[in-house]
Design a protein around this ligand. Structure first.
Ligand SMILES: Cc1cc2nc3c(=O)[nH]c(=O)nc-3n(C[C@H](O)[C@H](O)[C@H](O)COP(=O)(O)OP(=O)(O)OC[C@H]3O[C@@H](n4cnc5c(N)ncnc54)[C@H](O)[C@@H]3O)c2cc1C
Length: 372
C-alpha cells in the first residue's frame, strides 16, 4: 500500500496531531502504512516553530508533555527557559517523532478535502498529483494560520504599520514607535512586555476589561474546567468558539505585575475608528500612532475543509473530537481539546473512535459519560 492509500490521514503535526499519532500507533496501526501524518511546516514543532525569536517557555508559556513523552527522556517541566521556545519545542517534538517512528511527511500542505464517490475522502495538496484518498481525515491544524482580522472602520486608511500576531518577529521592528496593541490574551500582553523598553509608547486597547487572577492553582483549575465546559458546549451546538481568556482571565505573573506597576497595563476601551495617522476613541479623542498590532485571537485553520461544508467562522458541530455532520472527519485540538492537557486526553478518544469508524462499529460513537 502506498502512503496515498493509507486509510487514515492526520493533517498537522503539532501537539494535537502528534498525540493522535501516538495513540493510533499504540493501538497497533503502522505509521506510513495505516496512518500518514503530514505537515506544511518545514520542521517539527507545530505552530511553535513559527513563533517569534524572543518568546521563551516559563512564566506565562507552559506546555504539557505529549503522551508517552517520558520514554524520550524529555519533559517540558524541566525544559530550558533561556533558548527561544521555538527551538526548544522543535527539538522536543522532533525527538518524540523519531522515538515513536511517526514518520511525519513535510512540507505537505493540504489545500482541499472533498468526499469522493466511494465514501472516502479526496485530499488535494499544494503539490498537484500528490493527493491522498483516506477513509478517515483527522484535522489537527491548529489556529496559527488563521488569525482573526479586526472589524474596525478605517483600517485601510492607516499609513503606519499594521500586523497580526503571526507577523510579529522582533520588538526591534517597533523601536522608537508609538504602538497600539489590541487584544486581551497572552499574545497581546506578551507584546506589551516585549515593547516596553523599545517602543516610544505602548497603548493597550481591548473590547472588554481583562480580569487578572492571582496565581492560585485551585482557581486556575476551576476556571480552566469552566472554559473547557463552555468550549465543549459551543462545539456541540455548532457555534463559534468563545474566547478562552474571557473565561479564564489572565494569571498575574510577576512580570505582568511589574508591567502594571510601571503603568503599562493601563487598558483603554476599543477605539471607534482608525484614521491615517492614529485612532479615534469613542469619546472623540485622537491617539497618534505609528503602528498597530492586532492580537485579537484566532479561528481554527479549517479552510481546506470548506468543500465539506465546514467553516470555523460560522461554527462546526463537533462532539468528542468528531465532526457530527461529516462521518469520518475528526477535529483534534479543537474547542475543548485546545489546551495541551485536554488535547492529549482527547487524542486517546479520537484514536479509539477512528478504529471504531473503520471497523464499521456503532456510529456515531456513544457519548462520553458525564463526570460526576
Ligand atoms: C503566542 C501564543 C502562545 C501560546 N502559548 C501557549 C502555552 O504556553 N501553552 C499552551 O498550552 N498553549 C499555548 N498556546 C496555544 C498553542 O498554540 C497550542 O497549545 C498549540 O500550539 C496547539 O497545538 P495544535 O497541535 O492544536 O496546533 P499547532 O501547534 O498550530 O499545529 C498545527 C499544525 O498543523 C499544520 N497545518 C495546518 N494546516 C495545514 C494544512 N492545510 N496542511 C498541512 N499542515 C497544516 C501546521 O503547519 C502546524 O504544524 C499559545 C498560542 C499562541 C498564539
Amino acid at each position: 500500500m502506498t502512503d496515498a492509500a493509507a486509510p487514515i490521514l492526520v493533517i498537522g503535526a503539532g501537539q494535537a496531531g502528534l498525540s493522535v499519532g501516538y495513540h493510533l500507533v499504540r493501538r497497533g496501526l503502522r505509521p506510513g502504512t495505516d496512518v500518514v501524518i503530514v505537515d506544511r511546516g518545514p520542521g517539527p514543532g507545530g505552530a511553535w516553530q513559527h513563533r517569534w525569536e524572543s518568546l521563551r517557555l516559563g512564566d506565562a508559556h507552559r506546555i504539557a508533555d505529549l503522551p508517552g513523552m517520558e520514554a524520550t527522556g524529555l519533559t517540558f517541566a524541566s525544559a530550558p527557559t533561556e533558548p527561544p521556545a521555538s527551538e526548544v519545542v522543535r527539538d522536543y517534538y522532533g525527538t518524540y517523532e523519531s522515538h515513536y517512528g511517526l514518520r511525519v511527511r513535510r512540507p505537505v500542505e493540504v489545500t482541499a478535502v472533498r468526499r469522493s464517490a466511494d465514501g472516502a475522502f479526496d485530499v488535494q495538496t499544494a503539490d498537484a498529483g500528490a493527493g491522498f484518498s483516506p477513509r478517515v481525515v483527522i484535522a489537527a491544524v491548529g489556529t496559527w494560520g488563521s488569525p482573526r482580522l479586526p472589524d474596525v472602520p478605517g483600517r485601510e486608511d492607516f499609513r503606519g504599520r499594521q500586523i497580526v500576531t503571526p507577523e510579529f518577529t522582533s520588538p526591534a521592528d517597533f523601536a522608537g514607535l508609538s504602538v497600539a496593541v489590541v487584544g486581551g490574551g497572552a499574545s497581546a500582553l506578551g507584546f506589551i512586555r516585549e515593547l516596553a523598553d523599545t517602543a516610544r509608547s505602548v497603548h493597550w486597547h481591548t473590547r472588554r476589561p481583562v480580569r487578572f487572577n492571582a496565581r492560585d492553582t485551585d482557581l486556575r483549575e476551576e476556571l480552566g474546567r469552566e472554559s473547557v465546559r463552555l468550549q465543549d458546549a459551543a462545539a456541540r451546538a455548532g457555534r463559534e468558539l468563545p474566547s478562552i481568556v474571557s473565561t479564564t482571565g489572565m494569571p498575574l505573573t510577576p512580570r505582568l505585575r511589574r508591567l502594571r506597576d510601571r503603568g503599562l497595563l493601563d487598558r483603554r476601551p476599543m477605539f471607534a475608528r482608525v484614521v491615517s495617522d492614529g485612532v479615534v476613541l469613542a469619546d472623540g479623542t485622537f491617539e497618534p500612532l505609528d503602528a498597530i498590532i492586532w492580537a485579537i485571537g484566532f479561528h481554527a485553520d479549517l479552510g481546506p475543509l470548506a468543500p465539506l461544508g465546514v467553516d470555523a467562522r460560522r461554527g462546526v458541530t463537533v462532539a468528542d473530537g468528531h465532526a457530527v455532520d461529516v462521518p469520518g472527519l475528526f477535529l483534534a485540538g479543537y474547542g475543548p481539546q485546545a489546551s495541551t492537557i485536554s488535547a492529549n486526553r482527547g487524542a486517546r478518544r479520537i484514536a479509539r473512535d477512528v478504529e471504531r469508524y473503520l471497523d464499521d462499529a456503532e456510529w456515531p460513537p456513544p457519548r462520553r459519560r458525564a463526570r460526576a
